[in-house]
Design a protein around this ligand. Sequence first.
Ligand code: NCD
Length: 358
Amino acid sequence: MQEYIDLIDLNDYPTLWWEDIIFLAHEIKAHPENYAKRCAGKIMATLFYEPSTRTQMSFQAAMLRLGGGIIGFDNPATSSVAKGENLKDTVRIVSTYGDILVMRHPSAGAVKAAALSALCPVINAGDGGHLHPTQTLTDLLTLYEEKGRLDNLTIGLCGDLKNGRTVHSLLKAMSAMPNNRFVLISTKELELPEYIKKILRERNAGFCEVSTLEEAIGELDVLYMTRIQKERFASEQQYLEQKNIYVLDAQKMKKAKPDLAVLHPLPRVDEIAIEVDDDPRAKYFEQANYGMYVRMSLILLVLEKSLKPAELFRGEVRNDITCKNPKCITNTEKYLPHSFVINGNEAVCEYCDETTIL
Ligand code: NCD
């Protein structure tokens, strides 16, 4: 059993655990004054190896509103990373300066790798195109507050379903709740990775794949719009071919249910026309605000050790196998033990979840 409560993937924990976080966030939002000193004397370290506005600032605001302090970097070029320091050493040291470490990194599995050497709890604030569990907690709180439930919803997810980590985390979470149905709206090039579809099938979660927003919007309770993840494309040309295919505008909103909730993790580029902002069904700015309360709740529960830690690695160390995903952290931080769950001739990497055929 892990010594610390690391949040790498929400699915490492039971759904009751997520509900505890959401209910406490609801309580904190209603009575923030009761929580203003709960983290006095504690320090949160934020290590952001990739750009961020909302995630980083909402974590920092959350800790400050709990009475704690913050340290960290948001530009690895100004830290010792620029001198060639490996992830292991940076994390090991910073985790002795802080009581909780929040990290974002461009490689899949990097935050799980960090948890191996950290001496305090580690929270995943986004690992490449893989997962983003605290955005999902934000999304769950938004659905709880705005729709009143986390089950029996028809949820459309639109845009870059291949590279959007918020999409992957949200689908993993919402498919664990009863009777949710998913409409996956994307081009062939940006369709959902097979390993997430496999999870949906294993859980018997209904899903279909369509290529236009128009054909899906009328049946949705929730529409989760996403940005085309420019930074994850192999070339500018490939990005330009996908850009502007899906744009939600007032015309399309006319076909939607009166109680649709439009969510977006933000930042928006041009996938939602500005005119939609004034539609009462647009909930993305409220969503960003819920993110701060959910992170207050998470920090509090982790630091007060109110949650039971999860085992992060359940498979076997197989240094003779190399993960085939070039974006997996094991391909850049060479000292990491290679850990896989082996099923016949398939080896599922425990850092990035991609399958390598043996
Ligand atoms: C998202 C992310 O970083 O994955 N942003 C966020 O954290 N709110 C979505 C995105 O960048 O498109």
